[in-house]
Design a protein around this ligand. Structure first.
Ligand code: HEC
Ligand code: HEC
Length: 359
C-alpha cells in the first residue's frame, strides 16, 4: 500500500521486506531482540563471576560474607544508587512530556494515513485502499462497469424456478452512490444485496462472505472516489439533452424517469424506472411506473393520495427521509430509495414529479 509511507517510513521499509507491518511491531521486535541479547550477556557474566565452591558452606555462604563497611555503604554506594535514580527520573521527566507533545501529531498522522489526506484527492488512505482491493477481489467492477455502471447477464426464473430468459441486467454506476445514499443505506445494500437481481448479499447479516470491517472498507472506498454533485448534474444534464434530441423520450419528466433506458447511461443510476418499472433493467419495460424490483407502483393516482401537496412529493425525491421516518400521508421510509437532490437539478426533479403525478 503506497499510502502508508506518508508518516511511516520504518513500517513501509519493513513492509517492503515482507516481514513486519507497523512501527509498533518493529519497535516491539527490536525490544525483544535487545532483551534477549542482554539476557545472554547477564547469564555469561553471572556464570563467569560465580565463585568456585571451596571449603565449608559455613565459611562461604553468601549471607555470611562481610558487607560494605558503614563509610562505604553510606558514602559511595548510596551516592551511586541515588545518582542512578536521578538519571532515571530525568529520563522520565523529559521523556514523558516529549511523548505527550508528540502524541496529537502521531494521532493526526495516523488519522490521515488511515482515512486519507483530505487535501490530496489522490490519497485514498489505508481504509479505502483496502476497500479498493476488496472491490477488485470480489469482482464488483465486473458487473458495475468499473464504477461507471454496466450490466450483467442474468437468468430470469418464474415462481416455480423455471427458466424464462437470459437478460442483460443494468448495474448502476457507483461513483455517485455517496451522493444518493448515506453510509448505513449503502451498508444495507451490501449486507443484503437486492434479492431477485444479480446483486447478491455480501455481508455477514445477509449470508455473504464479507466481514463488517471489509464492508466498511468498501464503503470507505466508494465514498472516497465519489464524483461531486456538480459533475453528476452536468453528466445527467448532458445525457438528458442528448436523449431528448435523439427522440428517445417525449419530455423532460419522462427522460429523467427513464434516464439510460436505451443508452445504458451510468447503468441507470440516475433513473427512477430501474426500481419502479418491471423489466426496465433489461430494456423491456412494462407499464411505466407500474412497480418494479423494489419500488412500488406509482400509477393510478397513488402519488396524488400519498402527496396531496406536490411540494412534499418534490422534497421526498430531493432528499429521502431516513429509514423509519414517515413521509406524505401514511408513508414510511425503508431507506432503500436514493435521494436525488445532489445528482439532478431542481428543474429535472420538478419535471419528474409532474410526470409521476400524471401516471
Ligand atoms: C453479478 C453482478 C454484480 C456484482 C458482482 C456486484 N453487483 Fe452491485 N449491483 C448489481 C446490480 C445488477 C445492481 C442493481 C440491482 C437492481 O436492479 O436493483 C447492483 C446494485 C448495487 C448497489 C446499489 C446501487 C443503487 O444505486 O441502487 C450497490 C451499492 C452495489 N451494487 C455495490 C456493489 C459492490 C460494492 C459490489 C462488490 C462487493 C457489487 N455491487 C457486486 C450487480 C452486481
Ligand atoms: C433504488 C430503487 C429506487 C429508485 C432508483 C427510485 N425509487 Fe422511488 N421508491 C423506492 C422504494 C423502495 C420506495 C418505497 C419507500 C421505501 O421503501 O422507503 C419508493 C417510493 C417512491 C415514492 C413514494 C411512493 C409511495 O406510494 O409511497 C415516490 C413518489 C418515488 N419513489 C419516486 C421516485 C422517483 C421520482 C425516482 C427517480 C427520480 C425514484 N423514485 C427512484 C425505490 C426507488
Amino acid at each position: 500500500m503506497e499510502t502508508s509511507n506518508v508518516i511511516d517510513p520504518i513500517a513501509s521499509a519493513a513492509g517492503s521486506l515482507g516481514v513486519l507491518a507497523t512501527t509498533q511491531q518493529t519497535i516491539g521486535i527490536v525490544i525483544v531482540v535487545l532483551l534477549a541479547i542482554a539476557g545472554v550477556i547477564v547469564f555469561w557474566f553471572n556464570t563467569r563471576a560465580a565463585r568456585p565452591e571451596l571449603g565449608a558452606e559455613i565459611e562461604l555462604a553468601p549471607n555470611r560474607k562481610p558487607y560494605y563497611p558503614d563509610e562505604e555503604l553510606e558514602g559511595k554506594v548510596l551516592d551511586r544508587v541515588l545518582g542512578l535514580a536521578l538519571v532515571l527520573i530525568a529520563i522520565i521527566a523529559v521523556g514523558l512530556p516529549l511523548y505527550w507533545l508528540a502524541e496529537p501529531g502521531r494521532h493526526d498522522g495516523a488519522d490521515i494515513a488511515y482515512r486519507g489526506d483530505p487535501t490530496d484527492p489522490d490519497d485514498l488512505g489505508i481504509f479505502a485502499s483496502r476497500g479498493e482491493g476488496l472491490y477488485v477481489e470480489f469482482g464488483c467492477g465486473d458487473c458495475h462497469g468499473g464504477v461507471q455502471g454496466g450490466f450483467r447477464d442474468h437468468i430470469l426464473l418464474d415462481s416455480e424456478g423455471e427458466f424464462i430468459a437470459l437478460v442483460p441486467w443494468k448495474a448502476p454506476a457507483l461513483d455517485d452512490v455517496a451522493l444518493r445514499y448515506d453510509r448505513d443505506e449503502v451498508r444495507y445494500i451490501l449486507d443484503y444485496g437486492r434479492p431477485g437481481s444479480p446483486m447478491q448479499a455480501f455481508g455477514g447479516p445477509g449470508g455473504g462472505a464479507m466481514t463488517t470491517q471489509q464492508i466498511d472498507n468498501i464503503i470507505d472506498y466508494l465514498f472516497a472516489i465519489s464524483i461531486t454533485p456538480e459533475e453528476a448534474q452536468a453528466a445527467a444534464t448532458e445525457e438528458i439533452e442528448r436523449s431528448l434530441e435523439a427522440g428517445e423520450f417525449d419530455d423532460l419528466g419522462e427522460a429523467v424517469f427513464n434516464l439510460g433506458l436505451e443508452s445504458g447511461f451510468a447503468g441507470g443510476a440516475y433513473s427512477c424506472a430501474r426500481c419502479h418499472t418491471a423489466g426496465w433493467s433489461w430494456g423491456e419495460p412494462l407499464e411505466p411506473g407500474g412497480g418494479g424490483t423494489i419500488g412500488p407502483s406509482l400509477r393510478g393516482g397513488s402519488t396524488l393520495s400519498r402527496f396531496p401537496d406536490p411540494e412534499e412529493h418534490y422534497e421526498f425525491v430531493f432528499e429521502m427521509p431516513p429509514p423509519g421516518a414517515g413521509y406524505g400521508v401514511g408513508g414510511q421510509s425503508s431507506g432503500r430509495m436514493p435521494s436525488f437532490g445532489q445528482i439532478l437539478t431542481e428543474e429535472q426533479i420538478r419535471a419528474v414529479v409532474e410526470y409521476e403525478r400524471g401516471l
